[in-house]
Design a protein around this ligand. Sequence first.
Ligand code: SAM
Length: 280
Amino acid sequence: MTEQRAVPTGVGRTALGVAAARARESLRSDRLFEDPLAAAFLAAAGWPGPEQRPAAPTGDPALGESMFHHLVIRTRFFDDRLLAAAADGCLQVVLTAAGLDTRAFRLPWPDGTALYEIDFPGMLDFKERVLAEQQARPLCRRTVLPADLREDWGGRLVAAGFDPGARTVWLAEGLLIYLSPSETAGLLTEVGALSAPGSRLFFTHPVPDSTVVREVRTTPSMSGLATLWQGGLDEDPSDWLARHGWQSERQDRAALAASYGRPGGSGSRGGFHSAVRLPG
Ligand code: SAM
């Protein structure tokens, strides 16, 4: 008898959308990364594989392509940044809202890397079952922490072995758009409190008037996704970070896409944020 496995719902479905893009990218001869587990997550959820299905569940092919390239570019960008931070001595890695991220299994982490994944319990339960079925082996010390990032999670991270005195690299990829301004500020404040000087923080943040955000909001088949969006901070993240002990920069998405030889939308202001924790 097949064991019943709960499939992520609500905002958890967005992690399957990201896995769909990663599975599709993994089939390309010019792929920017390879994520073999992504297809296994799709199969376990009963979603069509990358051969049968476009990257995003949208009736608008151009928007689907645009979202696919966005997800691929940001995956590769954060792969590179996380590994560079680890090579530079940030040997604690925290993936907030890890979803179906498989970086623990596919990136060549330095010896001594301790990686933490935080997401809702249902998401991590689904993920762990699929990983066990695939006999996946992490390439670092991996700890999963089921938690709602809108609530108190820092103490539990420390109880799970995280050392706030050691330099850390944090990732919030595809998360902040699903949090309200106060929830986002609360999360980033907690990250700051747990960050030793020299720690790094990488995240995506929506640009309210960007082409993709506007198109998703006005495409009927995307209304389910748009209703989940809470917007993240209600100010430029660079301003918030500067007031809260971080030195930050924003990588322009269009320029990055061009550097990878992928379409990224002309004039795109959407960016990926990087920050370093300042002393004191
Ligand atoms: N970061 C992953 C990646 O890029 O593959 C997943 C991104 S997915 C678009 C969004 C993720 O945020 C989902 O896995 C969802 O469960 C998680 N999430 C959203 N709100 C959350 C919250 N309040 N606490 C924990 N996880 C949350």
